[in-house]
Design a protein around this ligand. Structure first.
Ligand code: NDP
Length: 293
């Protein structure tokens, strides 16, 4: 079968990487970007630069959006809604699940279908084996275009609710952003004692790399969290919470920003206050879920 034509709106690093991958796989690619100069590399590689968003959308049934947020989609397409009828919009931009659901309704109002996506890996991985993308929305629309979507990265379909892909994207980024902020805080903490980042970062990587073994395997931890079972044989919330308090105190003495260590210490304190002191650190999830004050 001939590769289907694809339109891409938004040519930041991500949109450009998707365009390159689709061109390499033989798809006719039409692009449009607010800042036209960002289309140059793709045009050289064979993409067609549309003069305006309406004609870009008119060039392909499959329209991929790779923008900073959902407002950018309304800014770009709000004046070209006539062009949307019969199109499948696949919005791979970050935003909240609620705004994503509203956008799916908005697209339907204009005769378009809508899939939500969350790209889970950085631009250099796009079109390679390591890339994967979450999708949610109408399953038949996902099925119909999964061959083209697979060019970007492995498509992982989550369900009909358009907000679901966005929620899982956020949950994954929650892990990512929190871990990265923790790494930076730890580096500043070590730095307060004269240990350079060059020295410390490789040691911090040992701790990060040790986490998978500590939680044994993802299934075991997930099942325990679902079961709300927090046996504290190896480490308790009281023990971990004392360390969290020590980190906050040392950070304060060093004059570091306290936002992150205070937030962590507060979770432990509230879990202990709710009676989880002798339980495992996993009991923090009861505080986070809002089950405990
Ligand atoms: P950029 O911020 O570099 O690009 C954003 C694009 O949105 C640009 O084409 C920009 O146009 C356009 N844009 C923003 N606001 C408007 C507006 N109001 N009107 C018209 N166009 C607008 O982002 P990336 O390419 O890095 O990322 C795109 C999406 O992919 C984001 O949602 C991001 O969360 C997601 N993502 C990115 C990853 C990454 O590592 N880069 C990894 C995983 C997901 P212009 O060029 O004119 O400014």
């Amino acid at each position: 079968t001939t590769p289907t034509p694809v339109t891409i709106l938004g040519l930041g690093p991500m949109g450009q990487a998707m365009g390159q991958a689709l061109l390499a796989a033989g798809h006719p690619v039409t692009v449009w970007n607010r800042t036209a100069s960002r289309a140059q590399t793709l045009v050289t590689a064979g993409a067609n630069l549309a003069p305006d968003p309406g004609s870009a959308v008119g060039s392909s049934e499959l329209v991929i959006l790779s923008l900073t947020d959902y407002q950018a989609m309304y800014d770009i397409l709000g004046g070209h809604t006539d062009a949307l009828r019969g199109r499948l919009l696949v919005n791979l931009s970050s935003d909240t699940p609620a705004r994503t659901r509203d956008a799916a309704d908005w697209a339907r109002t204009h005769g378009a279908r809508f899939l939500t996506g969350g790209v889970m890996t950085p631009p250099p991985t796009i079109g390679t084996e390591g890339a994967y993308v979450y999708y949610s929305g109408p399953h038949p629309d996902f099925e119909a275009h999964s061959a083209a979507l697979a060019v970007i990265g492995e498509p992982r379909y989550l369900g009909e609710d358009p907000g679901l892909a966005q929620l899982l994207y956020q949950a994954q980024l929650d892990v990512f952003l929190t871990a990265l902020a923790g790494l930076l805080h730890a580096t500043a903490l070590a730095g307060s004692g004269g240990v350079s980042a060059t020295e410390f970062v490789p040691q911090a990587l040992e701790t990060l790399a040790g986490i998978p073994a500590m939680i044994e395997d993802g299934d075991a931890l997930g099942a325990a969290l679902d079961a709300r079972s927090h046996p504290g044989e190896l480490s308790t919330t009281t023990m971990m919470g004392a360390t969290a308090d020590h980190i906050a105190a040392t950070s304060a003495a060093a004059g570091l920003d306290l936002g992150l260590p205070d937030a962590v210490a507060s979770l432990y304190r509230r879990a202990i206050r709710a009676g989880h002191g002798a339980d495992n650190w996993t009991s923090l999830i009861e505080v986070i879920r809002g089950a405990e004050l």
